[in-house]
Write a protein that binds this ligand. Sequence first.
Ligand SMILES: C[S@@+](CC[C@H](N)C(=O)[O-])C[C@H]1O[C@@H](n2cnc3c(N)ncnc32)[C@H](O)[C@@H]1O
Length: 207
Amino acid sequence: MKINDAYNQWAAKYDTNENKTRDLDALATRQSLANIPFSSVLELGCGTGKNTIWLSDQAESVLAVDFSREMLQIARQKIKKNTTTFVEADLLQPWTFIQQPVDLISTNLVLEHIEDLGPIFQKVKPWLAPNGHFFICEFHPFKQYQGSKARFEEEGATITLTAFTHHLSEYLEAAKAAELELLEIKEWFDDGKKEVPRLISFLFRNG
Ligand SMILES: C[S@@+](CC[C@H](N)C(=O)[O-])C[C@H]1O[C@@H](n2cnc3c(N)ncnc32)[C@H](O)[C@@H]1O
């Protein structure tokens, strides 16, 4: 099944299914960005708006992009501020949805669906204001090595989405090529347990 179709199918239950990854990402995002200054945000792959709602409370403007119409539909119902704009677009296509650089570009649980990180970092770079930040939170590579992928249950069947393993070096090399400075890497664990980390987050700055 195509990724877009799978998210359209998942959308109605995305917010209510048990999903440790979704919930830990919400925590990681709020904690990681709590002390980062930003007033304009581009969110890549906003989904049902789990993080958009928080970003919209912090920023003066949020542009939230996703290619799943059904995920966006739920996000639109959740966030009705006129300072938040939702756009249906594929991140792999040219970014015609953005007109001016922003202070923060944030993406969560999206890059596992994108095979090559390099072009994403290259697209991020020109749309980051000077000293702007790029925040990423994704499945930790260790978790991916164990086989973790986005998946959901539908009528008793498990639907597993197309996902690509990204090694730590892929993020670091893509950032270096785009001339983004690494400020912080954090690992996020389930329930305070220090076993295999579920998520990894990166904070980069446009120097
Ligand atoms: C696991 S959900 C995460 C949603 C949200 N960021 C969150 O943390 O709850 C992944 C989202 O990425 C979107 N997505 C994946 N590949 C995309 C692409 N190439 N262009 C736009 N959106 C994409 C999907 O439609 C889906 O809404």
